[in-house]
Design a protein around this ligand. Structure first.
Ligand code: PLP
Ligand code: ZN
Length: 480
């Protein structure tokens, strides 16, 4: 395997609050001076800038053919992500390279805009979190190798998908990396709880919501020797940038008239997407920054509130969340907010447009149902993106020639409980969701068990068959 890149970067942490720099070899997740969040930067980035954009496009396109798992996922873009790892450090479980699916003509007409879903639910643990986790675990393996460490205990708080992903990677890497996850009791779906349990992680439930769990994790990480795997961890952001690179590559590095919709929870994903496009732009790999539109539910909308104010009047205030079907984004005090702030400023300076729109719970769940009725596999956050697209059109943020790429951040199967509540009309009142009959669906029962018991096998087949004929209104087959 001599396809592995030769370039090595020199990564350092840059505090987004006080501007301090620290060596990238340290297991830091926030600034020791001011507790601010970091972005990782490469001191050698100017070396990358010397290579023309065209050459980079050729390099990344050529890597599409490489048969080496270390370069098949997010590290296809090795030089842009974490160019300090050796091949042996890289953990690959099939993350990244997720499909971009254009909507059919019916859905295009219904929404009045052409758009695509990028199905990040087709990652190995069924959410985009695997992109960041692959990078964070590769970093831990790199540290273990470099410093001869015997063991690292990792910890994370989660709205469900982070813990599913962390536990899966820890189970694979086994031995030196152990994983503990903290979940808000009753605030993750049964599927999301089953994942870390199945991966053998130690799962701890706490009363409250995600923000409560996050505080406990921070207490532990500040005072004890543990590696924090929440999106405060800057290595995760690097891995998640691959989402932006894949969009650019899929559209042949031409992002004119493209609009990228991203649901915002802890704001790590939107940070990564914006940062990813900025790096491509800095290297001349893309000539135009796409429009980026963040989406938040009215039940958890601190980032929307901030950006809805005129520039000079903007103040950031955390909000108290109410229950949301976009549960994975139900966060009132996003840890990555300072990152968003600094990076969006840069995005706008370079000519990129950035907006945040707010949507209602009813619109989110119906966004998901509409998408999936047309062949997609969107989770509620993916539905939130479609609701965001509809809102953005109402606000005239989109031109008719523009095409949107919607982030289906997880697989719909993780969130079927919400679909069930909609279909059965039993949402708790806090959600304020009133199901519409045209979006509901139920299994039709033909014959009950009592009736079946009284019938012979042949009678049962005959009777069930006739009932189905009646329902479908199908006509008998002509004699051959
Ligand atoms: C984590 C998550 C989000 C929110 O992403 P942030 O990086 O926290 O903004 C959205 N959707 C799903 C499915 C998630 O798991
Ligand atoms: Zn600082």
């Amino acid at each position: 395997m001599n396809d592995f890149p030769n370039y090595r970067g020199d990564l350092f942490y840059e505090c987004q609050e006080c501007g301090a720099h620290y060596d990238g070899d340290r297991l830091y997740y926030t600034c020791p001076k001011c507790k601010g969040v970091f972005l990782l930067k490469d001191k050698n980035f100017t070396q990358l800038e010397e290579i023309p954009g065209k050459k980079w496009r050729e390099i990344f396109d050529a890597r599409l053919k490489v048969k080496d798992n270390a370069l098949r996922g997010i590290f296809r873009y090795y030089e842009l992500i974490a160019p300090v790892f050796e091949r042996e450090d890289i953990v690959y479980l099939g993350e990244g390279n997720t499909p971009i699916i254009e909507v059919n003509s019916k859905l295009r007409k219904y929404i009045g805009q052409n758009f695509f879903y990028k199905n990040d639910g087709q990652n190995p643990s069924a959410s985009f979190k695997d992109r960041g986790m692959a990078c964070a675990f590769s970093f831990l393996k790199y540290l273990i190798r470099k410093f001869n460490w015997s063991e690292i205990l990792t910890i994370c708080a989660s709205t469900g998908d982070t813990s599913a992903s962390a536990a899966m990677y820890a189970a694979y890497v086994n031995g030196a990396i152990k994983s503990v996850v903290l979940l808000p009791q009753g605030k993750v779906t049964p599927q999301q709880l089953a994942q870390p349990l199945g991966s053998g992680a130690l799962v701890i439930e706490l009363p409250g919501v995600f923000d409560d769990c996050m505080k406990v994790v921070e207490f532990l990480a500040d005072n004890y020797r543990v590696a924090l795997l929440n999106s405060k961890n800057a290595w995760r952001i690097l891995g998640q940038e691959s989402y932006a690179y894949e969009i650019a590559q899929w559209f042949d590095w031409e992002l004119e008239n493209k609009v990228v919709f991203v649901p915002i929870g802890n704001a790590g994903n939107i940070t990564a997407v914006v940062n990813g496009f900025l790096k491509l732009y800095a290297l001349g790999i893309i000539k135009k920054l796409p429009k980026v539109i963040g989406v938040q539910s009215e039940h958890a909308d601190p980032v929307f509130r901030y950006y809805s104010l005129p520039k000079e009047k903007r103040v950031y205030t955390p909000v108290k969340v109410s229950p949301s079907v976009a549960q994975a984004a139900m966060i009132g005090n996003p840890v990555s907010f300072p990152r968003v702030q600094s990076i969006v400023e840069e995005y706008e300076r370079k000519g990129g447009d950035f907006y945040v729109v707010q949507v209602e719970e009813q619109e989110i769940i119906e966004g998901m149902l509409i998408a999936n009725k047309h062949g997609h596999i969107a989770c509620t956050q993916g539905g939130e993106c479609l609701a965001g697209l509809i809102r953005a059109k109402e606000l005239n943020l989109l031109e008719s020639k523009e095409e949107a790429i919607l982030d289906a951040t997880a697989h719909m199967l993780k969130f079927i409980g919400f679909q069930k509540m909609y279909f059965e009309n039993n949402f708790p009142p806090e959600y304020k969701i009133k199901p519409k009959p045209e979006f509901q669906n139920y299994p039709l029962q033909v014959l009950d068990m009592e009736t079946k018991k009284q019938l012979s096998w042949e009678e049962f087949v005959q009777k069930a068959g006739e009932k189905i004929v009646e329902i479908l209104g199908i006509i008998p087959r002509k004699e051959a």
